[in-house]
Ligand binder design. Sequence first.
Ligand code: PAF
Length: 267
Amino acid sequence: MNEIRSQNKTIGFVPTMGALHSGHLSLLKKSKSENDFTICSIFVNPKQFNNKEDLEKYPRNIEDDIEILKTVNCDILFCPSEEEMYPEKNDEIFDLGGLDKVMEGKYRPGHFNGVAIVVKRFFDIIMPNQAYFGEKDFQQMRIIQHIVGFNKMPIQIVPAPIERENDGLAMSSRNVRLNQEERKIAPKIYQTLLNAKEMAINCTFSEVINYVNREIASIKPFKLEYFEIVNIQNLKSVEDFSEKKNCIACIAVYLGDVRLIDNIILF
Ligand code: PAF
């Protein structure tokens, strides 16, 4: 790595927890096209799981992942053990500027602090020029941008748009855990978001909120955890649509025991 840096070559970094899919591939391709070297990490980070069962059930498939990485000519795969990542106790508490207090943060206490610990550790080890994050985890991406800004790290965070299956379902490593029936229903999350976006043009804020709550409740196996419309920059709840700008709608839904998240920019 030091050799790469001493030659003034750029390093692109794509952090992952494995179970790679086309969403990861698009991040890797983007990094390959924008940097001299691309590093992908695969590490299922225990610190960001607030639910033991979710950690245990998180899909792991390193052989398949290696084959997928070969298809995009990823230069380096970094697959550290827990001991390598955390040789000493690491319980650092991050100031995440309040961005961690809403949506995912409200329902997954400690999650973003765990993400912050691992991402900061990766950044310190790899010292990439650019790091790539998918917008499916929009709140995570904003929090990483905050950490980099707050700590004045010389790393550019590059967001990449959500990759979707043909039927609209946002790509996620968790999708493989859906059974056939659940997989058929799952795209309705995105359809509902699309309808909400269309409604937002002419309807009131409450009408859109009520529509999504009603719609998701009417589809039997769905259990809505949250649907929130927030400001794209500070993730604060939007109260009405008077400004008609910088609004993103974010949703988390349980389908059986699989938790799916998605989002859409309204305007
Ligand atoms: O988005 C993920 O897969 C994880 O949160 C990340 C960024 C790899 C940190 O463990």
